[in-house]
Design a protein around this ligand. Structure first.
Ligand code: P6P
Length: 338
């Protein structure tokens, strides 16, 4: 039992990786850890309580808000505000940025962008869901209210990012730019324990994840890539496998650990792509690159894109480097003339 290293211990141990570390980031990550435990508890009894299902409202995305979406949003918002390291948040469940007005928060130096419960439509069928977070230093002066510009920074300015996957076990996976580390929650102890130190995605993989129901309207290069997977055998001579859960975190977490590629291109329903740049694509791209993988929108590196609006959507391709490289070759080919 003595070889257990908790998330808290690991964060403290690693905080010296930062010059002039003040412990503020460690405290911020601790507030996320706390909220994750609270949300995890509610998700684990969702089937027993009247907290699943839709609330009859839509969020700015036009998506039915699930009761647990709102529950998770409130818990993370409260935890981040109370720990005084954050001057404001942007959330999938909030139309505008939420500026924390208390003096302790105005003097904070970080902003957080969050998808409190991604894939929440899977809750009622007991499929895994997740929380995604992205942390930046604010651009506006400390002591003043956070501004929208604090949240519209390119992904390459993130100082930390991570996700919580509420699955067969609950894991918190994060990076501060010094590798990707995974912690598995032990409910008997109430702590996240280091279980996957320095996660590295394999250069090649044999799994592709996409909603092939949208195939007919995929860009030609994506169609060619899927056909390539179906007609070829990757390096390890096992045929490609198609795996798609419909929960970004779950699909990317599997590909991170086993190798693979996740594809959400533009579709008929989402001509700009479905996934949100700021609080889905950017944090997951940061993690994927820190694990040795790649993430792009088909034309450029996700982390180099300068955002234009809080909830903007983006085509998203992420996973094993060699698989992304092959996809990019197909996408670079000219679209056939009509
Ligand atoms: P589709 C969940 O709503 C989500 O944002 C991601 O978690 C997931 O990867 C994607 O949408 C699933 O979308 O159109 O395949 O159901």
């Amino acid at each position: 039992m003595s070889d257990i290293k908790t998330l808290g211990e690991f964060i403290i141990e690693k905080q010296n990786d930062f010059p002039h570390a003040s412990g503020d980031l460690s405290s911020l990550l601790a507030s996320i850890k706390l909220a994750a435990k609270i949300v995890n508890r509610e998700i684990n009894k969702a089937g027993l309580m009247d907290i699943t299902g839709a609330v009859g409202k839509e969020n700015i995305q036009g998506e039915q808000q699930q009761k647990l979406d709102l529950f998770a949003n409130e818990k993370f918002k409260a935890a981040l505000e109370s720990h005084a390291q954050v001057c404001g948040i942007a959330s999938e469940e909030e139309d505008e940025v939420v500026v924390f007005s208390k003096e302790q928060n105005r003097n904070a130096k970080y902003v957080v962008l969050i998808d409190p419960l991604d894939g929440s439509s899977n809750i009622d069928v007991n499929a895994s869901v997740g929380t995604i977070f992205s942390i930046y230093r604010r651009l506006s002066p400390v002591g003043s209210p956070a501004t929208e510009e604090d949240f519209l920074q390119p992904g390459n300015c993130q100082i930390a990012a991570g996700y919580v996957i509420y699955g067969s076990s609950t894991m918190l996976v994060y990076t501060t730019g010094k590798g990707v580390h995974g912690f598995t929650y032990d409910p008997s102890l109430g702590v996240f324990c280091l279980s996957h130190e320095n996660i590295q995605i394999s250069e090649h993989g044999s799994c592709y994840s996409t909603n092939e129901g949208n195939y007919i309207r995929f860009p030609t290069g994506v169609k060619k890539y899927i056909k390539y997977c179906q007609e070829n055998v990757p390096e390890d001579n096992r045929p490609y496998t198609s795996r798609y859960i419909g929960s970004l975190i779950s699909d990317l977490h599997r590909n991170l650990l086993k190798g693979g590629i996740y594809l959400y291109p533009s579709t008929a329903a989402y001509p700009e792509g479905k996934l949100r740049l700021l609080y889905e694509c950017n944090p997951m791209a940061f993690i994927m690159e820190q694990a040795g993988g790649k993430a792009c929108n088909g034309a450029e590196r996700i982390l180099d894109i300068t955002p234009t609006s809080l909830h903007q959507r983006m085509p998203f391709f992420a996973g094993s480097g060699a698989m992304i490289n092959t996809l990019e070759q197909f996408l670079a080919e000219p679209e056939p003339t009509a």
